[in-house]
Design a protein around this ligand. Structure first.
Ligand code: FEO
Length: 171
């Protein structure tokens, strides 16, 4: 049985992951509006991944005998000054999510909740990738500067990203 403190904290994380999906969907809309379809595809895949993160937390709470209570989701920003500004925002957002996952892991240790601690390890590892992916694109955009041709090449590359649904056996 899930402790009440852990249950509340995990429910907050469901909200944080759903907000992440909202944020990246809004970035998808921004990139579509400036005709960078590859960047838009990357953001849509990111939004779908965030939905799977929310689902993992949501189902975990239920599997442990808790109750998943959904909170209202606030509206995300709707426009950015440039592709770099959008990706810097994505990178900062992922750093924030990492701190939330770390706080949840600390709580699992405090509460001696070994099952939650084990489940959270997947997210600890995932956040390394999440931060690194966003940061890498920030660095590439900084190098490109005002090069329209470079931006279009990166757009083609980012458009290759595909969503891979997690296997049912994954946490
Ligand atoms: Fe669900 Fe991008 O962290």
């Amino acid at each position: 049985m899930l402790g009440k403190k852990m249950e509340a904290a995990l429910n907050k994380q469901v909200h944080a992951e759903l907000y992440s999906a909202y944020l990246y969907l809004s970035m998808n809309s921004y990139f579509q509006s400036i005709n960078l379809k590859g960047f838009a595809t990357w953001m849509r895949v990111q939004a779908l991944e965030e939905m799977t993160h929310a689902e993992k937390f949501y189902q975990y709470v239920i599997n442990r005998g808790g109750r998943s209570l959904l909170e209202p989701i606030e509206g995300p920003p709707v426009k950015w000054a440039s592709p770099l500004e959008a990706f810097l925002d994505a990178y900062r957002h992922e750093q924030k999510v990492t701190s939330l996952i770390n706080a949840l892991t600390d709580l699992a240790v405090e509460e001696k909740d070994h099952a939650s601690h084990t489940m959270l390890q997947w997210f600890v590892n995932e956040q390394v990738e999440e931060e690194s992916n966003a940061d890498e694109i920030c660095q590439q955009l900084k190098i490109l500067g005002d090069s329209g041709q470079g931006l279009l090449m990166l757009d083609r590359e980012l458009g290759q990203r595909v969503f891979t649904p997690p296997l049912p056996t994954q946490p």
